[in-house]
Design a protein around this ligand. Structure first.
Ligand code: NDP
Length: 511
């Protein structure tokens, strides 16, 4: 297999490369206590390219015996290893050393993410890799500026608050961006001084397994970082219940989040959940329709809609509704090109697996049955690479109403619902009319209205006249309602302690 390789984000200066040059022929191994190891069972899993449905690599498939070893290693490394004694500056230096290693291996990580998770290679190489590297640098800096506070006290004591690592963190990740998402979360975990067991998604294990070698070369002590593949129902649930795991952080679907809450309840564990979404993208009549349509389409087709904050409910003011739909149809027909993820001319990725493609098709059928009007898409690709891979045409439903399944449920594919509204109040009401509260956007030339609508939408991040977060590390979002629990950033993985110091002699116990 050969492909053209972007030298930049344009088509100029393309090079030749063979993605398989970056793939190991032998099975990828789990990483426990500072060493790559086979799984206890010796079982292997196939790594399948979603663009072709061909197996391109294999990895050891972990289970609870492997998870047990990993938790033990992480526990000992936290309680007794050198990691706990290192200063923030020493931890920071390890992360900075890892930056240089990751920079050298950018092609490999981008290739693995493209091959396994269906990311467009150009996006993986020139967005995900630099953003991932930035997360090493950012959290290396953050490690050194974790500040507590001193609280004024009337009682003759000096009260101060410190921030401390939580301990052993189990980080459970989804398949829609395990490399970038993983780096952002793991670097925060490490910068805070924790140890961790990473559970990659079953559909995307390779970059996280390879990440271990980056940390190893950078000098991370053994046991601090462990990666166990395996199913969510066994390895994920085992980690969630394990008494030696202090915190479970899971990014994934809302129903998985509920299981994590239930499974962690016995031990009253710290949990942080980043869950699903069904975000509204609102367009008022004063916008430039042609530009607005680009934002609307980008908002739900980027990575084929497999982004938690995708703007999949497009609310359009009635006065421009039909024109907006016509422009959307034209724009999609002209500009959206499904194709191999290593082809620079394509811009619509496959969805992760045949199973997930079936789930998306079920929603499309449901939309048709429930009476929504199809504007474009909705029919399967019948030939060539598009049939072989998990490609789904961009599908737009109009006249969608809140009682329809496609309005309420997360589809996680390139499928959008378009809904008309009359007034600002109605737009806000419609926007809030799901169980989710992850993101949302509003497009209007009237900035006061933009801010009013942003205030009215119940979600953790809102974009005004743009879509997708800019500065994901500096300004991370949190999920409201059923989209999540917990704060983001380094403090997500830290716990506070308040210390009361006696400063005068005349406060005695009242005994
Ligand atoms: P899932 O919820 O299916 O899986 C997420 C992770 O949890 C996987 O590693 C999975 O393992 C594991 N898991 C599954 N069951 C359990 C369990 N009982 N206990 C512990 N872990 C378990 O999500 P997807 O991988 O399908 O990812 C897509 C979802 O993620 C979407 O809903 C999307 O909105 C959400 N997401 C949210 C983000 C946010 O920031 N809010 C960001 C990105 C995605 P396995 O793969 O083996 O099943």
């Amino acid at each position: 297999m050969t492909c053209r390789h972007y030298k930049s984000n344009t088509k100029e200066g393309v090079d030749k490369m063979n993605p398989m040059d970056f793939v190991k022929r032998e099975p990828y191994k789990l990483y426990i206590n500072g060493a790559y190891v086979n799984s206890e069972s010796g079982e292997l899993q196939d790594c399948i390219n979603p663009a072709t449905n061909e197996i391109f690599a294999r990895a050891y498939y972990g289970d609870v015996e492997d998870a047990e070893k990993a938790v033990k290693a992480a526990r000992i490394a936290f309680d007794k290893g050198p990691w706990g004694k290192m200063s923030a500056k020493e931890r920071s230096k390890i992360l900075l050393k890892a930056v240089r290693i990751m920079e050298e291996r950018g092609d490999e990580f981008a290739t693995l993410e493209a091959l396994e998770c269906g990311y467009h290679y150009g996006v993986a190489r020139y967005y995900c890799v630099p953003m991932a590297i930035d997360s090493f640098e950012y959290f290396a800096g953050k490690a050194r500026e974790i500040e507590g506070k001193v609280i004024p006290s009337d009682y003759g004591t000096l009260n101060y608050v410190t921030w401390n690592p939580v301990g052993v963190v189990a980080e459970i990740l989804p398949w829609n961006g395990p490399y970038l998402m993983g780096c952002q979360k793991i670097n925060a975990i490490l910068a805070a001084g924790n140890t961790c067991v990473i559970k990659p998604p079953s559909w995307g294990v390779l970059t996280l397994l390879q990440l271990a070698s980056v940390y190893e070369e950078a000098g991370l002590p053994e046991g601090v970082f462990n990666v166990i593949t395996g199913s969510g129902n066994s390895v994920g649930a085992y980690l969630t219940k394990h008494p030696d795991v202090d915190m479970v952080a899971m990014t994934g679907g809302t129903s998985t989040g509920r299981e994590v809450i239930l499974n962690s309840a016995d031990r009253v564990k710290d949990i942080a959940l980043e869950l699903g979404g069904k975000s509204p993208n609102i367009f008022f009549e004063d916008i430039d329709i042609k530009t607005a349509v680009k934002w609307a389409v980008w908002g739900f087709t980027n990575h084929s809609g497999q982004i938690c904050v995708s703007g999949t409910r497009i609310l359009v003011q009635k006065t421009i509704y039909e024109e907006f739909l016509r422009e959307m149809k034209l724009f999609i027909a002209k500009k959206i090109i499904p194709g191999d993820t290593f082809d620079p001319s394509s811009n619509l990725d496959p969805v992760i697996s045949k199973e997930h493609a079936n789930s998306v098709w079920n929603y499309i059928e449901k939309g048709k049955q429930e009476g929504a009007r199809i504007i474009c898409g909705g029919e399967k690709f019948e030939k060539g690479v598009l049939k072989k891979g998990n490609f789904i045409p961009v599908t737009v439903f109009a006249d969608v109403t809140p009682n329809m399944t496609i309005y309420q449920e997360e589809i996680f594919g390139p499928v959008a619902c378009v809904i008309p509204f009359d007034t600002e109040e109605e737009a806000i009401e419609l926007a809030n009319n799901t169980v989710y509260g992850l993101a949302g956007a509003v497009f209007t030339k009237d900035i006061k209205r933009g801010i009013r609508v942003a205030d009215g939408i119940k979600s953790g991040q809102i974009y005004i006249n743009n879509y997708f977060s800019k500065g994901m590390i500096e300004s991370p979002g949190t999920g409201w309602k059923e989209s999540g629990i917990g704060v983001a950033g380094i403090k997500k993985y830290m716990i506070s302690k308040t210390v009361f110091v006696e400063t005068i002699d005349n406060t005695v116990p009242p005994l």
